[in-house]
Design a protein around this ligand. Structure first.
Ligand code: HEC
Length: 499
């Protein structure tokens, strides 16, 4: 029945009929709900059931290639069933195939043995109670609604702590366009530091748990890629000068979650973390890659407000960890945990080449200024150069050098011949991509270095590590400008978070 307020005859009749049911029908209704403990609300599909299915079932019963042809990511398709019928008999958990497979002790059990252990009893009980209560969908959810999206919409990010109990891992860094400040990833926020004095100036709260890539656009707005691992991913655009400012202990706070003057646009909503961003040299194209293996390319030539998604590329078999445009903006270089680097022709929408020499997952990619060589790094500790053109395309030129452990990040200055690699050996190295020379080896970090970025004027390079430390160095002589723990109010003796 409609919930809108009306006072017509029909409603009056229906209302009295309903009142009749309520008075005389209660005993039957109570019978149908005898598994609902007294005083407890009925089980909600979206709040109680869907999170269980998402955690344990969506991986194999999603939209793409669902096992048993059962797509559980929508209520409607879940109830339609797969190769078999609706797996649920409303009101009768004991007759429901869904409960059979969850409680089975043979190979029909779900999730299958090779995927892990059986669902815990409490979770099965929630599903049983929901079926017993009628297996209903909540009134405010459409049967066709994407349940992952619905769950995301209900999730509210926590407000960052005034003082961190321990330093947060630094996963991304960017110098401001004026070379004066450093933007650093925090826990559900971005922090802006005057790196010469190590003074925290601004905090921008974000929905993203941790930013994985930060990139200033031509209009000085900041593109941020990130999300929550396995839960969601996004690319959002922030105006660090916009919105309403609040002061807390002399630090400016911006609400990048709700304030539309700060959080100005969302370019992408994904089902898993977005890990990397790239801007073409002419500033007209933006690309992202993420753990859903998908690469997106936007035309932002008409300004970020008019950004158009140009294409979506699925060319890798595993997480995409790096994207870079060729100097003319016509090709997109990508790399992945699938151990390959690839080059994609944006106009023809086809793969041009694959570089397969890495002996492990890749974590970063860059392109030489003349477009003739690609550079890539990864878990095999190597910085490799490879041909992009002619009959040698896809073949290795040489290994430029290596780290003592996995290389976790590769950064390239957009216009100067400068590359930086950062590794699990706690070291940052600078390279000249034109000559292949190792220019500097920067030591001092005491944990994995995961983030590295050049200042726009190419005079400085900043690096950030898992123990929360940021170091800023001069490119020319490798001298340290400053080091500090880039977590608001965190203890400076770097205690580690509980494992
Ligand atoms: C690792 C992959 C995997 C996971 C995780 C998984 N399933 Fe399955 N599921 C399968 C496969 C494979 C089949 C097809 C089995 C067959 O046809 O013999 C299947 C079939 C089913 C079917 C029968 C569909 C039909 O109509 O034929 C149901 C119901 C089901 N799964 C429920 C679940 C539930 C509930 C979960 C989460 C608790 C789950 N599955 C998790 C792989 C998985």
């Amino acid at each position: 029945m409609s919930r809108s307020h009306c006072c017509c005859i029909v409603c009056a009749v229906l209302a009295s009929a309903l009142a009749f049911c309520v008075v005389f029908g209660t005993s039957q209704m109570a019978n149908g709900q005898d598994t609902t403990p007294k005083g407890e609300a009925p089980v909600s599909f979206i709040n109680d059931v869907a999170p269980i299915l998402k955690e344990s079932c969506f991986g194999c019963h999603g939209v793409k290639n669902p096992k048993g042809r059962l797509d559980m990511t929508k209520y409607e398709s879940f109830r339609k069933g797969g190769t078999k019928d609706d797996p649920i008999v409303a009101g009768k958990p004991e007759d429901s195939y869904l409960i059979d497979v969850l409680t089975a002790t043979n190979k029909t059990r779900m999730p299958p043995r090779e995927a892990g252990s059986a669902l815990p009893k409490e979770k099965i009980a929630v599903l049983q109670r929901w079926i017993k209560e009628g297996a209903k969908l909540d009134a405010n959810v459409e049967p066709k609604a994407d349940l992952q999206k619905e769950l995301r919409a209900r999730w509210v990010p926590p407000v960052p702590k005034t003082a961190y109990p321990y330093p947060a891992q630094v996963t991304a860094l960017a110098f401001t366009p004026d070379n004066q400040k450093l933007v650093v990833s925090g826990h559900h926020e971005l922090t802006v530091w005057d790196f010469n004095t190590a003074k925290l100036e601004k905090r921008i709260y974000t929905r993203t748990r941790r930013a994985m890539a930060l990139l200033f656009l031509p209009d000085c707005k900041l593109a941020v890629a990130g999300g929550r691992p396995n839960e969601e991913g996004d690319v959002r655009i922030y105006d660090l000068q916009g919105g309403t400012l609040k002061l807390e202990n002399g630090v400016a706070i911006l609400d990048g979650v709700n304030d539309k003057g700060v959080f100005v646009k969302q370019l992408l909503e994904a089902d898993d973390e977005v890990t990397c961003l790239a801007l073409s040299i002419n500033g007209k194209k933006l690309a992202s890659g993420g753990c859903d293996r998908i690469v997106n390319v936007w035309d932002i030539g008409g300004g970020i407000a008019n950004a158009k998604l140009e294409q979506t590329i699925e060319n890798h078999a595993d997480w995409v960890y790096g994207v870079a445009f060729s100097p003319d903006g016509k090709e997109l270089f990508t790399c992945s945990r699938d151990k390959t680097a690839k080059v994609w022709d944006l106009a023809a929408k086809e793969s041009l080449l694959t570089f397969p020499e890495h002996q492990g997952g890749l974590s970063g990619i860059a392109v030489k200024a003349d477009g003739k060589e690609g550079f890539s790094v990864g878990d095999d500790n190597q910085l490799r150069a490879w041909h992009t053109m002619g009959d040698q395309a896809g073949k290795q030129v040489k290994v430029l050098g290596n780290h003592g452990k996995a290389i976790l990040k590769l950064a390239a200055h957009p216009t100067k011949p400068l590359l930086a690699t950062a590794g699990a050996d706690n070291v940052v190295k600078l390279w000249n991509p034109d000559t292949g020379a190792n220019l500097k080896t920067l030591t001092g970090h005491t944990d994995w270095v995961f983030a590295v970025a050049f200042s726009p004027d190419a005079n400085l390079v900043a690096s950030g590590s898992y123990d929360g430390e940021v170091r800023v160095w001069k490119v020319a002589d490798g001298s340290l400008v400053k080091s500090f723990i880039a977590s608001p109010g965190a203890p400076t003796d770097k205690p580690q978070p509980p494992k």
